[in-house]
Design a protein around this ligand. Structure first.
Ligand SMILES: [Zn+2]
Length: 295
């Protein structure tokens, strides 16, 4: 082994000549953002002094001892206007260490490594379950459109995958739910298109003062607080396409959502929407079929 004569050999280190500049982490498996501020600070320092890296006399990352350190510190050697990299342990041994800074940097990197490992593991688990699309949504929940509000399905996926990243595991129920949500997102455009097509092909509510026969499927029911107490209301999609809203006829009871019904009533078109109206004074109501397929 040849005897070192370079400036930064251990026996020649004079702590007063070295200014600490920045920490760095040389291992992989971590998002660059965790050490980016230090790298930027170091580059700015080099630009300011126009100094260069000192000639490297060993194969390791530490200029002083040649060890392959992952947690390192960068120093400016003021007399020669050169920069060196040292392992943090070595720096402390040479009495140029920055114990508090080193400790907080190590802590931040360890936390970053843990997060990155959690993300890798989560992504692998999703891929293995053919749920890769959930990862894409987790990393970009609004689909790259900054003005777009995050939709409910994406928000739930973001939440579940976030838990998977943090805790390393999710239940079978949540895994299945991810699949359901992804299916809904995939069908969203088609459902929306169908809805629009149905809406466009729907007839307008007839304008008449006669009592008319109404036949259709109940889309929803809800309780409404009326002047004389609570009233159950229902929204009916009529066979002609338009929708009517009104009080549930007293002959009808039980679960009505999805049921095909018939009755006779007065109807009135809405002033805001020709394909929407109200029915009143329903008579001769009956359930034709309890539950039909309603999307
Ligand atoms: Zn060293």
């Amino acid at each position: 082994m040849s005897k070192r004569t370079d400036t930064h050999r251990p026996s020649a280190i004079n702590p007063a000549d070295y200014d600490f500049v920045a920490c760095d982490y040389l291992g992989g498996g971590i998002d660059a953002i965790e050490f980016q501020p230090e790298r930027v600070a170091f580059r700015e320092h080099m630009t300011r002094t126009a100094g260069k890296f000192a000639e490297h006399h060993n194969n390791g990352s530490c200029h002083i001892c040649g060890a392959a350190a992952l947690y390192v510190a960068r120093y400016h050697h003021v007399p020669s206007n050169t920069y060196i990299t040292t392992g943090m342990d070595c720096a402390e041994k040479m009495e140029i260490g920055e114990a508090v800074l080193f400790a907080s940097f190590r802590k931040r990197i360890r936390a970053g490594l843990k997060v990155a490992a959690g993300k890798r593991k989560a992504q692998e688990l999703l891929n293995a379950n053919e749920l890769a699309a959930a990862w894409v949504i987790y990393t970009n929940p609004t689909g790259n459109d900054r003005n777009d509000m995050i939709k409910r399905e994406e928000a739930v996926i973001y939440d579940i995958v976030g838990k998977l990243v943090r805790y390393g595991t999710i239940s079978d129920g949540q895994t299945n739910y991810l699949r359901v949500l992804l299916g809904q997102i995939e069908r969203r455009a088609e459902v929306e298109r169908q809805r629009r097509a149905e809406q466009e092909s729907a007839d307008p509510v007839p304008v008449t003062s006669d009592r008319v026969s109404v036949a259709g499927v109940v889309l929803t029911t809800k309780m409404h607080e009326g002047d004389f107490g609570p009233v159950r209301k229902m929204l009916v999609k009529c066979d002609a396409g338009y929708k009517l809203y009104g009080s549930v006829p007293r002959e009808l009871s039980g679960e009505l959502k999805g049921a095909r019904v018939e009755f006779t009533a007065r109807i009135q078109r809405s002033p805001d929407d020709v394909k929407f109206g109200f029915f009143s004074r329903p008579t001769k109501a009956r359930i034709v079929e309890t539950v039909t397929a309603v999307s």
